[in-house]
Design a protein around this ligand. Structure first.
Ligand SMILES: *Cc1c(COP(=O)(O)O)cnc(C)c1O
Length: 436
């Protein structure tokens, strides 16, 4: 293939999965706000229900607007197929659902978004799924925790809340050796900064709520399958995909659908039974966001680096954890895995600990104090008193969210304005703390 046959990521972000509407010529992808679709006749209905014919029958399983989003994100990641979901957390459950049975285990990085630590550490137990959390700085920790019951390794390549980069190439090798799929949460990096399939990951999940939709206006998630994992190699480990499905007349997904088996299972069993489908309107909003993903990520990363450098030299700041800084222990990994930038979310420590941290988030003016990341607007939060509140102090520190930690998600405003706002908030916090 000549170079021009392979579209660039900017082109994929604007066009993949979509074309002008054949009936109306509408250039923007229409919002197919419908629950179901009229069958041509009873034979067509039967073949749709039997999975003998692809098509739309009910929007809990598939919807044309949502399908455009699925094709677009699959193309951005270089994957085979995708399953859009109601939220990022739904994506994590949907990603694991085809792999797990009661008694099965996940080996997960302990550097995860706080909500994921809760979901995996507590709620998964109710399904009989056990999660073993390990320090991702030493990839061999994953290998050491794998047992015969392990069915997935789960990492955030660029971890939320901040500044930690995982050697996904090394972890992928460990996963391959153990014949266990590697699932990467690529929310913080986005496919613009990192494409985990190129390093050997098998499955990718996103909270599309964040940088993909990009403006904090809708909740959503997506699972992307590389189509590369060999379900036949240890077929007994993957009964959902290799054994006959009684409700589909004994069809075996891996045999019938090949490299689309995991994606189709995700729709016709996962979404069918768990019900966590993405709404067409949310998919449409996310598609609008993805069109400008590459432009936004360039600005997000440039601004984040400028703000991180400013904070690093600030007298009221103890430390800054941003993989784009030369002082970061993750700088070399970031250069390898995130060459276009180290993302826009990072943490710093204020002098004075918990109380001063709370005062800083209360003193900002342009930056919004809220629980989200990946917005065009700059965001700030003190994790220990908010999103990581349900964790013990030990867990908070282990997850990079101790009492002095402030998390920033740098937006696309003028960098000097973000810097001026942080500077005044740091001074205001220090002054009011000193006055007590
Ligand atoms: C927000 C987030 C999630 C959860 O996504 P929701 O859309 O809020 O359900 C998962 N992983 C990461 C890294 C996140 O930032």
């Amino acid at each position: 293939m000549s170079k021009s046959d392979v579209p660039g990521i900017e082109t994929i972000a604007v066009h993949a999965g979509a074309s002008p509407d054949p009936t109306t010529g509408a250039r923007s992808t229409p919002i197919f706000q419908t629950a179901s679709y009229v069958f041509e006749d009873a034979d067509e209905a039967a073949s749709l229900f039997n999975l003998q014919k692809p098509g739309f029958l009910y929007s809990r399983l598939t919807n044309p607007t949502v399908s455009v989003l699925e094709e677009r994100v699959a193309a951005l990641e270089g994957g085979r197929g995708a399953i859009a979901t109601a939220s990022g957390h739904a994506a994590q459950i949907l990603a694991l659902f085809p792999l797990m049975q009661p008694g099965c285990e996940i080996v997960a990085s302990k550097m995860l978004y706080g909500g994921s630590l809760n979901q995996m550490g507590h709620s998964y137990k109710k399904f009989g799924w056990e999660t073993i959390f390990v320090d991702p700085d030493k990839p061999t920790n994953f290998a050491d925790s794998i047992t015969d019951n392990t069915r997935a390794i789960f990492v955030e390549n660029l971890a939320n809340p901040g500044g930690v980069v995982v050697d996904i190439e090394a972890v992928a090798k460990i996963a391959r050796k153990a014949d266990v799929p590697l699932i990467v949460d690529n929310t913080m990096a986005t496919p613009f900064l990192s494409r985990p399939f190129e390093w050997g990951a098998d499955i990718i999940v996103h909270s599309t709520t964040k940088f993909l939709s990009g403006n904090g206006s809708s909740i959503g998630g997506i699972v992307v399958d590389s189509g590369q994992f060999d379900w036949f190699k240890n077929a007994e480990k993957w009964p959902s995909l290799t054994e006959p499905a009684p409700e589909y007349h004994g069809l075996r997904f891996a045999e019938t659908f090949g490299d689309l088996a995991y994606t189709i299972y995700g729709h016709v069993v996962g979404l069918r039974d768990l019900g966590a489908c993405q709404q067409p309107f949310n998919a449409w909003i996310t598609l609008q966001g993805i069109e400008t993903l590459t432009l936004r990520m360039e600005r997000h990363c440039a601004n984040a680096l400028e703000v991180a450098r400013f904070l690093e030299s600030h007298p009221l700041v103890e430390w800054v954890s941003y993989a784009g800084l030369d002082s970061s222990p993750y700088r070399a990994l970031a250069k390898k895995f995130l060459p276009a930038g180290a993302g826009a979310v990072f943490t710093f420590g204020v002098k004075g600990g918990f109380d001063v941290g709370v005062r800083v988030v209360e003193s900002v003016e342009i930056i919004s104090h809220l629980a989200n990341i990946g917005d065009t607007k700059s965001l700030i939060i003190h994790p220990a008193s908010t999103v990581y509140r349900q964790l013990s102090e030990k867990q908070q520190i282990a997850a990079g969210a101790g009492p002095d930690v402030i998390r920033l998600s740098i937006g696309i405003e003028t960098a000097a304005d973000i810097i001026a706002d942080l500077d005044q908030a740091l001074h205001a916090a220090a002054t009011s703390a000193a006055a007590e």
